[in-house]
Design a protein around this ligand. Structure first.
Ligand SMILES: Cc1cc2nc3c(=O)[nH]c(=O)nc-3n(C[C@H](O)[C@H](O)[C@H](O)COP(=O)(O)OP(=O)(O)OC[C@H]3O[C@@H](n4cnc5c(N)ncnc54)[C@H](O)[C@@H]3O)c2cc1C
Length: 377
């Protein structure tokens, strides 16, 4: 493999080294491009180091069937990404796709979930995903540790989870192996389109490239207008609670409770319209913990060892955004809330689109143009 490190003028600069930027940079390097990643420092805001690690299909795409199809394709492509990262880096990201559950603590909650899935499956252009509605006994047969308050569940066989921090690590090791020029502490302050290329500048100096990808998560909001795009983001904060390690008892991930490959139980993730503060709200985490204990009473015996909050990279409708600037072709933008689930789509399909210089028709539905229509009504 050619070592293309420290090229003064790379083919492509990726701004942001979170899961989105790392997947894309790896995918671009696989296509033979000379890639440079400009990232902030270690204490930067990174959803990629704070997520719940689900590879999740269930319920995705209400109001946007193309997103259901995209997510299903991602879940199907995950074993390939897992195998390729393992072969390239030796790192096992602990992909496990046994199917996943939404557990409900009342009949009303179960009915609301069933209604939502029916709506998803009957909307115009609906893309089906398999699911089963299970009562308490049927759920208990698969999840013996549930408590008496669980009235039922929804099971989708396509769901799963990974070790997300290890995924992040594997991608960065793979970047190193592929000779990607990864530069930490290189916050991009300005982007100037110049002679069919882009000059990116920061306190560290400047770099020029004919193609750039804005994969800076929440940072895209500031950077996108520099290449005549808009990053439609809204505030969404999530909290997660982690317990000490326990003997394996949870074979399947539940959308709000999962046992990691290392044994700890993750309880998550709240959805708060808060983009201002990362201070833990104990009122919210105690509700999350209480619900988790009602689902699995044995959790009451475990100590909480960690809790954190993080901002999501949440677009206005929750679905991903992939776009090329119309004014400045060669400048791409990519953002997605479900960056773990969609990692294979970003590493393979999106990287191929960026390499080809166009977002193909099937992917163009994820442009920001979808937000313009309601704005005109
Ligand atoms: C609580 C929570 C739970 C989640 N659970 C799941 C889940 O279960 N499954 C799932 O699929 N997804 C989940 N997600 C979402 C997932 O974590 C994100 O979609 C993904 O991490 C986004 O990656 P990103 O690279 O776009 O953003 P980030 O990880 O935020 O990375 C952005 C990067 O850009 C850099 N940057 C910003 N500005 C600049 C600049 N000017 N110059 C250079 N670099 C810059 C930052 O330093 C950072 O490194 C969750 C997120 C949260 C917060």
């Amino acid at each position: 493999m050619a070592d293309n490190r420290k090229h003064a003028e790379p083919d492509t600069v990726v701004v942001g080294g979170g899961l989105m930027g790392a997947c894309l940079a790896w995918g671009l390097a696989r296509q033979g491009l000379r890639v440079c990643v400009l990232d902030e420092g270690d204490i930067a805001l990174r959803a990629s180091r704070a997520n719940f690690a689900l590879v999740w299909v269930q319920g995705k795409g209400l109001g946007f069937p193309a997103y259901t199809a995209w997510t299903k394709a991602a879940a199907a492509a995950w074993p390939r990404l897992d195998a390729e990262l393992k072969a390239e880096t030796g790192i096992d990201v602990s992909l496990d796709q046994p199917g996943g559950f939404t557990l409900c603590l009342s009949d009303r909650e179960l009915q609301a979930n069933v209604d939502m899935l029916r709506q998803l499956h009957t909307q115009p252009g609906a893309v089906a995903h398999p699911y089963e509605v299970l009562d308490h006994e049927q759920t208990k047969a698969l999840l013996p540790a549930i408590g008496p308050e669980v009235s039922g569940s929804i099971y989708c066989p396509l769901d799963g989870h990974v070790n997300s921090l290890r995924l992040f690590r594997a991608l960065h090791v793979a970047l190193e192996i592929r000779g990607v020029d990864y530069r930490a502490d290189h916050a991009v302050e300005t982007i100037e389109p110049r002679d069919k290329s882009f000059v990116l500048k920061g306190a560290w100096g400047e770099v020029r490239a004919p193609r750039i990808v804005l994969a800076a998560g929440l940072g895209n909001a500031r950077l996108a207008p520099m290449v005549d795009m808009v990053a439609p983001l809204k505030s969404s904060r999530g909290q997660i609670v982690v317990t000490e390690k326990a003997a394996p008892f949870l074979r399947y991930p539940v959308v709000t409770v999962r046992q990691t490959d290392e044994g700890g139980i993750m309880i998550g993730a709240s959805e708060e319209a808060n983009g201002a503060s990362l201070t833990i709200d104990h009122g919210i985490s105690s509700v999350m913990a209480d619900r988790a204990i009602r689902m699995f009473p044995q959790l009451a015996e475990l100590n909480v060892v960690r809790t954190w909050s993080a901002f999501r990279v949440m677009t206005l409708d929750g679905s991903p955004v992939y776009e090329q600037s119309r004014t400045y072709p060669g400048a791409f933008m990519a953002m997605a809330h479900s960056g773990v689930t969609l990692a294979p789509q970003h590493a393979y399909d999106l990287a191929e689109a960026v390499t080809a210089g166009t977002i193909p028709e099937g992917m163009a539905v994820f442009s920001t143009r979808r937000f313009h229509v309601p704005a005109c009504v």
